[in-house]
Design a protein around this ligand. Structure first.
Ligand SMILES: Nc1ncnc2c1ncn2[C@@H]1O[C@H](COP(=O)(O)OP(=O)(O)OP(=O)(O)O)[C@@H](O)[C@H]1O
Length: 301
């Protein structure tokens, strides 16, 4: 069976300016992937290119084995998408909009739809043009979820949701990923949310996916070392794979990547110091991985 999502040597440029470069990645059933990157890193561009909205300048994307720019109704029925800017039909009511979608979707889950509409207080009979931003976002999510897609792509899906709706939405995502064995790929700047549900991280930086692996592996690999020495430490500490270091007298904090706990004793002996290893949450990891640009950095992540 072909992979749900396969990206090969993908490149995108706008008016000759490269936005994505040499991206190769794939996703398997059950993957919940957090797509991280600063503003303008290219997340929306990547998600829209995956969906086949534009022909890539380099490389290709395959969805269910078919080029994303050539997918037909069969593949489209297996995809759910929540765009950053919703594309709802303003003149309809939520009830009419949902009905319209349901008619085109053989696998529509009506009980799920009713449950979400009720728990998210969707005003079913008001015109969509009169809904609040949060209500519109909820409706977009319901439209994307209820046909039980095998590939669910969400671009900033929770930006306008209140904390209760966000938590409910995240719970739904986890359930869907587990029950339907689908792929979920979503971007968000609310990194704490992503950490709750994602099992993989794709990190976009300098046009490339500089990290694409298990979230747990990332957390074990990039750590902050708190060093406490008997004597003053040198300005530049001889530790490999440093992202950032701050030395003050006998103490230092150093963020390193490719950390291997077996090395701790050796470094302690080398520096004649005690080292405490701090494992970071995803938000701190994101900050550390982006704040290293001006610092001494031995190579790219
Ligand atoms: N249609 C376009 N024409 C020209 N440049 C574009 C176009 N769309 C996006 N860009 C540029 O490509 C880069 C990536 O934009 P993109 O929207 O993909 O980033 P993003 O990571 O989704 O950002 P954000 O987190 O702010 O939503 C930005 O520099 C943006 O200005």
């Amino acid at each position: 069976m072909p992979a749900i999502l396969e990206i090969t040597a993908l490149g995108r440029a706008y008016q000759g300016r490269q936005v994505l470069k040499d991206i190769t990645a794939s996703a398997a059933q059950g993957d919940v992937i957090a797509l991280l990157g600063k503003n303008g890193a290219g997340k929306t561009t990547l998600l829209e290119t995956i969906l086949g909205f534009a022909v890539p300048e380099q490389g290709e994307v395959r969805l269910f084995g078919t080029l994303s720019t050539e997918i037909g109704a069969n593949e489209k029925q297996r995809i759910g998408f929540v765009p950053q800017q919703d594309e709802l039909l303003e003149q309809l009511s939520p009830s009419e909009h949902l009905e319209l979608f349901r008619d085109f979707q053989p696998s529509w889950d009506q009980p799920l739809c009713e449950r979400l509409c009720q728990s998210w207080d969707i005003p079913m009979t008001k015109r969509i043009s009169t809904l609040s931003v949060g209500q519109r976002q909820k409706l977009s999510i319901i439209l994307a979820l209820c046909h039980k897609p095998k590939l669910l792509i969400l671009d900033e899906p929770v930006a306008s949701l209140d904390p209760i709706a966000r938590r409910q939405f995240l719970t739904e995502l986890v359930t869907i990923a587990a029950d339907q064995q689908s792929v979920i790929l979503f971007s968000s700047h609310i990194v704490t949310d992503m950490e709750r549900v994602a099992n993989k991280v794709w990190l976009l930086k300098d046009q490339q996916l500089v990290w694409q692996d298990e979230l747990d592996t990332l957390k074990e690999s990039v750590v902050k070392l708190h060093i406490d020495a008997a004597q003053p430490l040198p300005d530049q500490l001889p530790l490999p794979h440093q992202l950032r270091q701050q030395v003050q007298g006998n103490k230092a904090t150093v963020t390193v990547k490719h950390w291997q706990s077996a090395e701790q004793t050796r470094f302690e002996q080398q520096l004649q110091a005690k080292i405490r290893v701090e494992y970071l949450n995803l938000e701190d990891l994101f900050l550390e991985l982006h704040e290293n640009q001006e610092q001494s950095c031995d190579d790219e992540l």
